[in-house]
Design a protein around this ligand. Structure first.
Ligand code: F6R
Length: 240
């Protein structure tokens, strides 16, 4: 794993944006893996700016998001599909069909997981996957204890993850209890991975990632087994 330390969230986002744009501009049919959450919001704003400045086009790009809540429709403002439409997809030149997110409303969730996994394989896997880091070390919604050999699957969300995400909902009671997430093996099949870590509230998790052992108790630790991972962290995330 390579560690790049940036001064703050703004600089972290700028650096990630440059890496993504270089990837998109250098491949004929790039496949991006995307995350939701607070960390990449500024990155997506910067990607939109670059598109408006005609530095990049997304007409030839496919995207796959890491995860989606079970039971929230794309019109629900708390769904990850809504988040992505709002923060990125509707503001650049993507057309319908280029952007993939698991369907949390599918009547057969297991089949939906298999369908999603197949779509990623059909796209010849992800060229560049963006990840955020959970306080408990989760990546995607792969919570501590998840087997490293998982493919896209349905998960029961931990209380701590639901508490962390309650800030996007009226109350914790409204935070769904399940999600569909790419599995750890699915994520590891990405050709390149960028993990974004920002803020002092992530310092403990980042410290454990950098100094701890590879263990299913701390899912992000599996990234040590991938050949091309860059952690972009800001100074606050390294203050421990
Ligand atoms: C989001 C996702 C999660 C987040 C993680 C960090 O699609 O899969 O793993 O990346 O929970 O979230 P933030 O950026 O809100 O701290």
């Amino acid at each position: 794993m390579k560690l790049v330390v940036m001064k703050n969230h703004e600089e972290l986002s700028k650096h990630a944006c440059e890496l993504i744009i270089n990837k998109v501009n250098s491949l004929s049919s790039p496949v991006l893996g995307l995350a939701t959450g607070s960390t990449p919001e500024r990155l997506y704003e910067m990607m939109i700016d670059k598109y408006n400045q005609k530095v990049v086009s997304f007409s030839h790009v496919k995207t796959f998001n890491l995860d989606e809540y079970v039971g929230l429709s794309e019109n629900d403002t708390k769904s990850y599909r809504y988040y992505m439409n709002h923060h990125l997809f509707s503001q650049v030149n993507f057309t319908k069909g280029q952007n993939h997110i698991p369907n949390g409303m599918a009547s057969h969730l297991e089949q939906e997981c298999q369908r999603y996994e197949q779509l990623i394989a059909d796209a010849c896997h992800i060229d560049l996957q963006i990840l955020g880091l959970g306080h408990n070390g989760h990546i995607g919604f792969n919570e501590p204890g998840t087997s490293f050999s998982t493919r896209t699957h349905v998960v029961d969300l931990e209380r701590s993850t639901r508490e962390a995400n309650a800030r996007f909902f009226e109350s914790i009671k409204e935070v769904p209890t399940q999600a569909i997430t790419m599995g750890i093996e699915t994520i590891l099949q990405s050709k390149q991975i960028i993990l974004l870590v920002s803020g002092e509230q992530k310092a403990k998790a980042l410290h454990r990632l950098l100094n701890g052992e590879v263990s299913e108790d701390f899912p992000a630790s599996v990234l040590k087994r991938h050949h091309d991972v860059t952690i972009i962290a800001d100074e606050a995330a390294l203050q421990l």
